[in-house]
Ligand binder design. Structure first.
Ligand code: SAM
Length: 229
């Protein structure tokens, strides 16, 4: 499968493997990942946040119960909510999730937003797990035009840069991190690593009790779509 699909399957497997119930996808784009996750029996709550969320996009249509929901009846209730908002804005409705995914998101953040991102996602949202994927720049010479993969990218990191950033974030907010990726390099170019690099962060148990539940509710995101099964 193409690399973008491999990224979604990576998340799907992780959700299955850990039986995760509450999942938020930051920068959900066309909502394909959320759509794939809605068929999981373990999932009870799906949330998407995107700065460019459109109220009447087809994303909503394919997330609605009518599509597939009656063919595969669910045992558990499921709610899906899409918000327009930024991954660097605090909204208390994003707290307490099992997993937050950021698939090809961070390379779209300018330096100011990238600096705010860890405090919001790891410090404030503070989910049990975080998955971050981003291009591995070491793979770029294998592409015909060796520039950024997308003109909207603010940066593309090599493995060392991503891992240094991720380990620092993990240390600061008490998460352990493991590195992997998807998109194998062709034979003979194994040294460049995966096309997409992925960090899987797990919150250290000791921190779980320390998180401040007394923080006031803050609703900043705008609901653009909501459905329940
Ligand atoms: N995650 C999707 C996927 O893998 O197909 C979409 C990835 S797309 C390259 C990046 C997405 O991030 C876009 O939908 C964009 O609107 C969104 N985005 C950019 N900056 C954002 C921010 N600060 N907060 C939330 N979403 C943002």
């Amino acid at each position: 499968p193409p690399v973008y699909e491999q990224r979604y399957y990576f998340v799907k497997n992780l959700v299955n493997q850990h039986g995760l119930k509450k999942i938020a996808d930051l920068g959900y784009g066309d909502a394909t990942l959320l759509w794939m996750l809605k068929y999981h029996r373990c999932v009870e709550c799906l949330v998407g946040v995107d700065i460019a969320a459109q109220p009447f996009e087809w994303g909503g249509g394919r997330l609605s119960p009518g599509v597939g929901g009656f063919i595969i009846p669910r045992e558990l209730d499921l709610t899906i909510t899409l918000y327009r908002g930024s991954a660097v804005q605090k909204d208390s409705r994003l707290r307490g999730f099992d997993l937050i995914t950021c698939i090809e998101l961070i390379e779209h953040l300018d330096s100011e937003d990238l600096a705010k991102f860890p405090e919001v996602v790891f410090g404030y949202f503070s989910p049990g797990m975080v998955v971050i994927s981003t291009p591995n720049s070491e793979f770029n010479p294998l592409f015909p035009a060796s520039t950024f993969r997308n003109p909207d990218h603010r940066f593309e990191w090599d493995r060392k840069q991503f891992q240094t950033w991720a380990l620092d974030v993990g240390k600061l907010y008490s998460y352990s991190v493991e590195f992997t990726g998807v998109g194998d390099p062709p034979a003979g170019a194994e040294h460049v690593g995966y096309c997409t690099q992925i960090g899987v962060f797990q919150k250290n148990i000791a921190k779980a009790t320390g998180s401040s539940i007394s923080e006031p509710e803050e609703h900043v995101y705008e609901v653009v779509y909501r459905t329940s099964y």
